[in-house]
Design a protein around this ligand. Sequence first.
Ligand code: ADP
Ligand code: ZN
Length: 617
Amino acid sequence: MWQPIWKPLLVMLALVVVFNVVYTALIDNKEADSAEVPYSRFKEELARDNVKEITIRGNSLKGEFRQKIPVTEQANRKSQTRNVGNFTTIMPAIQDPALMPELESKKVQVTAVSQETSPIVSGLIYMLPWLLIIGVWIFFSRGVKAQGPGAMMGGFAKSGAKVYESQKAPVTFADVAGMEEAKQELREVVEYLRDPKKFSRIGGKVPKGVLLVGPPGTGKTLLARAVAGEAGVTFFSISASQFIEMFVGVGASRVRDLFSGARKVAPSIIFIDELDAVGRSRGAGFGGGHDEREQTLNQLLSEMDGFDPHEEIIVMAATNRPDVLDPALLRPGRFDRRVVIERPDWRDRESILKVHTRKTPLGPDVDLAVIAKGTPGMTGADLENLVNEAAILAARENSAVVGMKQMELAKDKILMGGERKMYISEDEKRITAYHESGHTLVAKLLPGTDPIHKVTIIPRGMALGVTQQLPEDDRYHFPKSYLMNRIAVILGGRVAERLVFGDISTGAQNDLKVVTELAEKMVCQWGMSEKIGAVTFSRGEEHPFLGMKLAQEKTFSEAMAWRIDQEISAIIQEGETVAQGLLEANRDKLDALASALLEEETLDRRRIDEVIGNGER
Ligand code: ADP
Ligand code: ZN
């Protein structure tokens, strides 16, 4: 039905294009010799009689100098100076009455041009959008007819890669907080992309593929984008799961499209997120071979092998499962560099918070170091979220600044789920207050435990109350004495309840679970029981990937299982005895803490020390 009209339309479209090209070529052939200068500069040149002629159209003014002048310009973040004989400038909206007399006195040839464009040109410009729409429509209709359904999707989706002009979103290393080692390792890649020839000349080993390994939200994408920003190259990014989501056969062709796009604008960076989605070992999938995925992976491998030495493309990829990747991906010439990105420690968390509060008006009481210390395990993404939440809270309260209060609330919300609004009886409150006071007091009285940050009986998530301890540093190694004290602290809640009410509540259930797991690990994995000795058993292990316990083959006898159980309960018993002794001996402090909690609901570090009357810790 459209068959008879599309040809003339396309011809017309082509004519418009040709016309435009010729027009610009004719009019702007002085481009290379021309520059845009500030109006003040033009006036200066006029004053020293260096302007030969000008043409005025509306408020824009263009003209020729008598002698060329040097002009400095910003281009690609570099400044450049060149000599130009022609110029354009914009006249200020405030009229300059001195201009005409001066032009006359300097004998400058002045031409004024009407602002209207010729009717043919404006007619064409008016029609252009329509022509384009019709053209696009014809293009797609043709595609569908020629290749059947699905081709249209393929055409639309192409590779699904977003192309970021590096100039448009310049993220640099300054936007990535912490990660000093990772940045250091990637500096070489930046050097290479900035000046590949120089890099090879001084004998650097040309990088090809960089694998960023780390948990989600730790800033892998951000880091890759920053490498592109630092080097000033184009950044292509795609998530590997996008390769294989739509139709069979699309994955491989998307890989091809992506690489050919990157080749065209090289030097460039290709970033593939979730590499494991296509990069799993071949033939290892559930439910037989996953042909689609394997084809995509093969295409990726062959694209990476197919680079010419002069094709300056770096492929970066992110995963948190390097263990499942096909070994072929890790061979030399492919992802042969690995950068491990850990969850940030508190110092890095502090600098991440600094980056994300750059534009947030903060109250004078805000201490980012305290927040950083109170958020162990949080990633950069979590911290960004925390700052956003705090800002929303502040806005809701019509507060001009974000204070510590909002920060703490946001932190608690993210850590423990939103505040629970529910009715709690006075009795329950009392039990909770003693329970939490028990944890707090045992922690205060035992040496070498993590300092208490705050204790609260405001219910959150699944918990009726919370005692928060703040490790001074993130810890990876735990001495046995520390673990024993920790067990006593956790049991302190239950022990306090029994001491005061002669009864225990179900509120301690989670404490018991945590304590049992800890004791099990001490005995079975860390060899911390003297009776059993320095052996490890598969018991209490978590599945390394799924983070849960699986039915495992037993590698020890029934007799050993019995002894293990005995040891676990001995450890728990010991912790309970320690807590019991401390709380009995300090019953006055326990009562003081509990009643302060009932009164104030939340006690911070300083207030706790006041209540129990020791200020030294
Ligand atoms: P990943 O790719 O590892 O899942 P992203 O790079 O997508 O993580 O991180 C998500 C967001 O978290 C980023 O856009 C950034 O705002 C924030 N973020 C993560 N790590 C950092 C960091 N080190 N410095 C600043 N912001 C970070
Ligand atoms: Zn508890």
